[in-house]
Design a protein. Structure first.
Length: 407
């Protein structure tokens, strides 16, 4: 498999550590303003996530509505190879609703920051600890796998946060999650926080992080957390979610594999198709410059870049696009050079003579300098008009292959 940087030996799977991926597209992702999914749509996404290889699928928040409950129950029944987990507050009613939805894993949460405890919960620290422990014990008595999130962890008092995690682990929690609820962390602070929890909270547990993207650092914080000793990351496809969204699955998992060189269960070839499905059902277009899955992620126009990529793709690509189910595109535009034109002509079955190459390139640059985007039909017309002056009419049915684009 292609690697990101051979000079630094950042090869996939060299490090034996396995990183768990919990996808919350169907829960936190669906909380994107203006998004509402039908149960059958949520099931389609869940099955795609299972095929993708995520370890845990957070299917929803069953207490929210009858439709949400139905969706979680459907997903619990149909998904086999991924864990299905559902969200619940630290209340008996919420926990019972998860059990009734046939989930075998539960994601319990309560806030631990002073601002949340004072203005939202109206509870003391002792009351929060007691409520969390009681909920853990109740869920454990029903045989559930338990993940516990301290909401707003990153604005919580560190001593208190450490105590809460220790108390819930002692009560039976299997996983504890650092939630950067309003996305205020930076990588250096995230590294220190994760290391502190790992060093000071005792027991056999999985340490997780849940990062929001309010300041654009959700992916960086998630990857840094893994470097610091976290075992699991929460992600959403395309980074969908509340406000500015969550850590993007496609960016996090590829960074873990090809930058950190760690193992996941992700089947990378399904990344693009999963992103397209989520985009369609969420009705959120994929930004052209979106890392990994955007149409420009593996597109090249600059003459220098195209020459390099055609000689050796790793000169200007960190990984081969086929790894994530994508294709490389050579784009013709005002920044193009002769190598791009030669490539396009060869793909069309036209011998790229110096004269034809120079004429096509000159026309493309001329239109680009006028601020015009050269569309598909215009490119075909340009090439056909120039080629027909050099050859007979056998090229009148020229068609541009999908790996060639224009702008």
């Amino acid at each position: 498999m292609p690697i990101a940087s051979p000079e630094f030996s950042l090869k996939r799977n060299l490090n034996p550590k396995h990183v768990r991926i919990l996808d919350t597209t169907l829960r936190d992702g669906e909380q994107t303003p203006g998004v509402a999914l039908r149960p059958e749509d949520k099931l389609r996404i869940a099955l795609a996530l299972e095929e993708l290889g995520v370890d845990s699928i957070e299917a929803g928040f069953p207490i929210t509505s009858s439709g949400e409950f139905l969706a979680v129950k459907m997903i619990s029944k149909e998904v086999r190879s991924s864990e299905v987990i559902a969200l619940a507050r630290t209340t008996k009613d919420d926990i019972d609703r998860v059990i009734d939805a046939d989930c075998k894993a539960i994601h319990l949460f309560i806030a631990t920051s002073d601002i949340h405890m004072k203005y939202k919960l109206r509870m003391s620290r002792e009351e929060v600890v007691e409520k969390a422990v009681d909920a853990i014990e109740y869920a454990k008595s029903h045989g559930l796998t338990i993940e516990f999130s301290a909401e707003d962890s990153t604005r919580s008092d560190l001593v208190f946060l450490t105590r809460v995690f220790q108390e819930v682990i002692n009560a039976g929690a299997d996983r504890v999650d650092i939630a950067d609820t309003v996305g205020v962390m930076i990588p250096t602070r995230m590294y220190g926080l994760v290391k502190h929890i790992r060093d000071n909270v005792r027991g056999n547990y999985i340490l997780s992080v849940h990062c929001h993207n309010d300041f654009g650092m959700a992916v960086a914080n998630s990857v840094t957390a893994i470097e610091a000793g976290a075992d699991q990351v929460h992600v959403t496809v395309l980074g969908v979610g509340e406000r500015a969204g969550n850590a993007a699955l496609e960016e996090v998992v590829t960074s873990i594999a090809f930058v950190l060189g760690l193992k996941t269960n992700i089947r990378f070839e399904h990344i693009l198709s999963t992103a397209i499905l989520v985009s369609e059902l969420f009705r959120i277009p994929i930004n052209p410059n979106k890392p990994i899955v955007g149409i420009n992620a593996f597109s090249h126009e600059s003459g220098i870049h195209v020459h390099g990529v055609l000689t050796n793709p790793l000169t200007y690509e960190p990984i081969d696009p086929s790894v994530v189910g994508a294709k490389r595109r050579i784009v013709l535009g005002k920044h193009s050079g002769k190598h791009a034109v030669m490539y396009v002509l060869k793909q069309l079955g036209v011998e790229p003579s110096d004269d034809i190459v120079s004429k096509v390139l000159a026309r493309v640059k001329e239109l680009g300098d006028q601020g015009l985007n050269i569309g598909y039909d215009e490119l075909v017309r340009i090439i056909k008009s120039i080629v027909s002056s050099e050859y007979d009419c056998k090229h009148k049915d020229l068609k541009i292959p999908p790996e060639i684009s224009v702008r």
